[in-house]
Design a protein around this ligand. Structure first.
Ligand code: C5P
Length: 405
């Protein structure tokens, strides 16, 4: 069961960053419910948050006759905490003085939940004695403040008042929740992205991998306390923070990086789309355009099979991107590559897999377990893959204790 947090978005230009924050919190395995003040809706729409979180948004206006009248009470039920980001001087002031003139403020007063606040405003506003006094009042009541940081502000001035980065706020929320660090002490090596094999200095042979699945595995694992090294080929998504990232563009570079890092890992998740072929003799200069061109391709080494043969006590997870006979092909790879777990996905579908934020996979373990994961966000799928891999890893380390005499 996921922990729920309420994200209250108020009317600052930093409201757009709340969308990033919602994602960061979800990547850490949280269910995020957003509440928005009227002013916030002038910067970003409730629909954006509904689409991102998959949850209905609590809007500030009072319910119309016929609508659920107690939504401001029910909305926060079951949640663990509230984070207000960005928090304007106005909302902080109202909260400090118990003003409940809309549904969002009423929800805040009625929730009884721990509150975290990430202020965002112009420096002079932030320093104003009234605002500082409200901050002190709230802090005195146990409200946790995250930032603001200093930097160039939307108003053109430099100074204190910038909303803290989404990543920093998400980390603070996890800290407050005492986030389940069930992977603390586990060293995870993840590969992601698609290799690009050069034809000449300009052209390459590539594939459609976006890197999102491997990044999701790396981020979710880091959020759960694992020490993560990410070996990243070409990606259509940004590089994650909070982990060591090694770039590897070709299969040969990836092999070198994986071999180097493998000795220091407990679990390897090989989500990268490694090129199966490389150009035998890539040209050193750009090949001139002509009517036709022949490329001699040679097989790349199977990185996964290579390291898995010498895995010892490590857990090795592979991916199988298939367009037909998914299960049979996946099972064959699981055995032939000496894997502990394989994640099989159907890449012929456009609504999941390559480039998408969603995936639908079947997991097969070496000891015969089959787990079907219905279409879900790549973060959710990553969580399941990690659960299974961590279970195999822990089981392999459980030494039978001699009976007490
Ligand atoms: O055999 P296939 O390419 O379908 O196997 C996919 C799995 O093997 C993936 O986990 C991928 O990262 C890995 N792989 C590899 N080296 C290759 C090709 C694939 O490690 N040359």
């Amino acid at each position: 069961m996921k922990d729920t947090v309420i994200l209250v978005v108020t009317g600052s230009v930093a409201a757009f960053k709340a969308a990033q924050l919602a994602r960061r919190l979800m990547e850490r395995g949280l269910l995020v419910k957003v509440a928005m003040t009227t002013a916030a809706e002038r910067f970003i729409t409730p629909l954006t948050f509904e689409a991102l979180t998959g949850q209905p948004v609590l809007r500030a206006g009072f319910p119309q006759p016929g609508e659920a009248p107690m939504e401001h009470i029910n909305f926060s039920r079951g949640a663990r905490l509230v984070v207000i980001a960005p928090a304007t001087a106005n909302t902080m002031g109202k909260l400090a003085h118990g003003v409940a003139d809309d549904s969002v403020l009423s929800m805040l007063l009625a929730s009884g939940l721990p509150v975290m606040v990430a202020p965002a405003m112009n420096t002079q506003m932030y320093k104003h004695p009234a605002v500082q006094s409200n901050i002190n009042t709230l802090a005195g009541r146990g409200v946790t403040f995250i930032g603001p940081s200093s930097g160039s502000l939307a108003c053109g001035e430099e100074g204190e008042g910038k909303m803290e980065d989404a990543e920093v706020i998400a980390a603070a929320v996890m800290e407050k929740l005492g986030g389940e660090k069930d992977l603390a002490g586990v060293r995870l090596l993840v590969t992601t992205g698609g290799c690009q094999e050069p034809i000449d200095p300009v052209r390459y042979i590539g594939n459609r991998s976006s890197g999102k699945m491997g990044v999701a595995v790396a981020q979710v694992a880091a959020g759960r306390g694992a020490e993560v090294v990410l070996v990243a080929a070409h990606m259509e998504t940004g590089l994650p923070e909070g982990m060591r990232v090694v770039r590897a563009h070709t299969a040969m570079e990836m092999q070198e990086a994986v071999r180097k890092e493998f000795a220091q890992c407990d679990i390897l998740v090989m989500a990268a789309a490694v090129a199966d072929y490389q150009v035998e003799n890539p040209a050193t200069g750009k090949v001139k355009k002509k009517n036709s061109m022949r490329l001699d391709l040679v097989e790349t080494p199977d990185i996964l099979a290579g390291v898995a043969m010498e895995k010892g006590g490590r857990v090795v997870v592979g991916f199988a991107a298939e367009t037909e006979d998914h299960l049979a092909s996946g099972r064959k790879k699981l055995m032939s590559k000496n894997l502990d777990l394989i994640v099989i996905n159907d890449v012929s579908r456009g609504d999941i897999g390559f480039g998408s934020d969603y995936n639908e996979v079947t997991l097969l373990t070496r000891d015969g377990k089959k787990i079907e994961i219905a279409r879900a966000s790549k973060d959710m799928v990553a969580g399941e893959v990690l659960d299974q891999a961590a279970t195999i890893w822990r089981d392999s380390r459980t030494v039978e204790q001699p009976e007490a005499s």
